[in-house]
Design a protein around this ligand. Structure first.
Ligand SMILES: [Zn+2]
Ligand SMILES: [Zn+2]
Length: 363
């Protein structure tokens, strides 16, 4: 099968023909129909995070089950599914206390060491799966706890976005922050995750929803999907603008970019007693500076959100329903479709901040 493989860091993706093993007892084989280009892959391709190579990149995919291993009862061939990198073991302390998104037992969902690899090059070299998924491929062979079954009437290109960016943004609002109706919200970044956080705030009944970005066309999309106000951060200090709009700061600030500067701006945009949620993926080892005074005297809270604090088998079907009943706007978020062969063009456009979400079509 064809797949987009990262062979060196930093580097571009190579389209290669690689072989896929048969499903082990707990594995499912998917035919991928669509995959979204998410910024996290770029962090690895651009060497901001380390990774073991070679690996098939991609982690935002939707497709159809082709075959299942003998222990798999949850899905059957023909089922439509979304994959999710929050692969859960189901029996560790974190899984059992409502935090499967930070499962402590990832080896439980991998093949045992010494087993034949799931993916291999023609010369037998093992090929890894980015985020335990490897979604930029015609087929994915993954653990059954990496998929959620969805309604057949959900278009699979829209469904793919729910696999990472949408769940991350909505979940940061619904599940990590649990905002109250009427709360004021600022969202830094109007890419796939930021626009999803804006929509989460709208759906959750936020009062003011302020979208911050440096691209006016992205801010325009943010307005379409629910921002009540926009701030172009290249026109001046966004913190001052937000404080002025909200008489001293927002109740909740979401950082959906992954930069030290915007994390600190989000923090400074939140009011005393407010919460700042870090959703973006920062370069590995990057530190954020905040003053102890604000944490202590002003009771400000800094909270991380890993993949929107998801329990994805519960959350993603709900997000699918929200799309199909018209509350969640996904059509507006897809800016381009392209074949797998053009994937490096898609990532170069992302580096240039062109477009919102690009979707790879496999059919
Ligand atoms: Zn992602
Ligand atoms: Zn677990």
């Amino acid at each position: 099968m064809k797949a987009a493989v990262l062979n060196e860091i930093p580097g571009e993706l190579d389209i290669e023909d690689i072989s896929v093993d048969a499903p082990a007892p707990d594995e499912v084989l998917l035919r991928v129909v669509h995959a979204g280009l998410c910024h996290s892959d770029l962090h690895f391709m651009d060497a901001h995070w380390p990774y073991q190579l070679p690996a098939v990149m991609g982690h935002e995919s939707a497709g159809v089950v082709q075959a299942v291993g003998e222990n798999v009862a949850y899905v059957k061939p023909g089922d439509h599914v979304i994959s999710c990198l929050s692969v859960f073991c189901g029996h560790c302390e974190r899984c059992l206390t409502g935090r499967p998104n930070i499962c402590a037992n990832p080896s439980a969902v991998a093949r045992p060491s010494g087993a034949s690899p799931r993916l291999a090059k023609p010369d037998g070299t093992e090929v890894g799966q980015f985020a335990r998924l490897g979604g930029f491929a015609e087929e994915m062979l993954i653990h059954q706890n990496a998929v959620v079954k969805i309604r057949d009437d959900m278009p699979l290109d829209r469904a793919a976005l729910i696999g990472c960016g949408v769940t991350t943004g909505l979940g940061a609002v619904f599940k990590t922050a649990r905002i109250e109706p009427g709360a004021t919200v600022a969202v830094y970044g109007a890419g796939g995750i930021g626009l999803s956080a804006v929509q989460g705030a709208r759906i959750a009944g936020a009062g003011r929803v302020i979208s911050v970005d440096v691209e006016n066309d992205k801010l325009e999309t943010a307005r379409q999907v629910g921002a009540t106000d926009t701030v172009n951060a290249s026109d001046g200090d966004p913190v001052e603008a937000i404080k002025e709009m909200t008489s001293g700061g927002v109740d909740y600030a979401f950082e959906c970019i992954g930069l030290k500067q915007t994390c600190e701006q989000a923090w400074s945009s939140s009011r005393p007693g407010g919460t700042t949620v870090i959703v973006g993926m920062m370069p590995f080892g990057e530190k954020i500076e905040i003053t102890g005074y604000e944490v202590f005297m002003l009771e400000k809270r800094l909270q991380g959100s890993m993949m929107g604090s998801n329990a994805f088998r519960v959350d993603m079907p709900r997000y699918v329903d929200m799309y199909l009943d018209g509350r969640l706007m996904l059509d507006e978020m897809i800016s381009a479709h392209m074949p797998l062969e053009d994937i490096n063009v898609g990532y170069e456009q992302m580096r240039q901040r062109v477009g919102t979400r690009t979707v790879i079509d496999f059919d």
